[in-house]
Design a binder for this molecule. Structure first.
Ligand SMILES: [Zn+2]
Length: 200
């Protein structure tokens, strides 16, 4: 039977059904998007650990405080006043351990002007590089004074690699310049931290 009234009634029923389904469809679409996002993450090849120069002697002891969940990747420069080109990971370690009395170098990773990457404090250990953020951040330091000179292309290649690799170890961790969380000019005006973040 296809009477006008019956069609009208079933149209109304269809409309009511459609309206009732919209939120469910939206929910399903949202879930599908989440699944797609996760699949995309899986599809990205894992980032291998960049070649580190390791310094067992720099490592803090097992009793050192352990890192909480890492929420920030903090970028620093050496920022010494004497020379734009700066010194070396070795010299920073000597200074921080000796003069400052730290338990070894306070950064987790140090990148020299030629792009070589040095291990500082082990990643499991709380660092000494950003007041108030040491127990939930990793510190990466570029050698040189980046207020006076630019990072070298080799440093930028290594820095991007390090940040992507660290980001994979701590998904969701936000890249920040030291000056965004503490009152300091570090990591210098010649390093574009916003661009690093956009790359993330
Ligand atoms: Zn700094």
């Amino acid at each position: 039977m296809v009477g006008g009234r019956e069609v009208g009634a079933s149209d109304e029923a269809l409309l009511a059904l459609a309206l009732a389904l919209i939120p469910r469809v939206e929910g399903i679409m949202g879930e599908a998007q989440l699944i797609l996002d996760e699949l995309r993450l899986f599809a990205e090849p894992p980032i291998t650990r960049p070649p580190y120069e390791q310094h067992g002697g720099w490592s803090v002891g097992e009793a050192h405080r352990r890192m909480r969940q890492v929420e920030y990747l903090v970028v620093h420069h050496e920022g010494g006043p004497d020379s734009p080109e700066g010194s070396s990971a070795l010299a920073i370690n000597r200074w921080q351990r000796g003069t400052l009395g730290y338990a070894g170098i306070g950064y987790h990773i140090i990148i020299e002007r030629d792009g070589r990457i040095h291990e500082g404090r082990p990643l499991w250990a709380v660092g000494a590089h950003a007041m108030g953020f040491n127990s939930n951040s990793w510190g990466v330091c570029l050698i040189g004074n980046l207020s006076l000179t630019s990072p070298t292309p080799e440093q930028m290649v290594s820095l991007r690699w390090v940040l992507r690799w660290l980001g994979q170890q701590a998904p969701g961790a936000r890249i920040v310049g030291h000056g965004e969380i503490n009152n300091t000019a570090c990591p210098g005006s010649n390093l574009d931290v916003a661009a690093l973040r956009a790359d993330q």
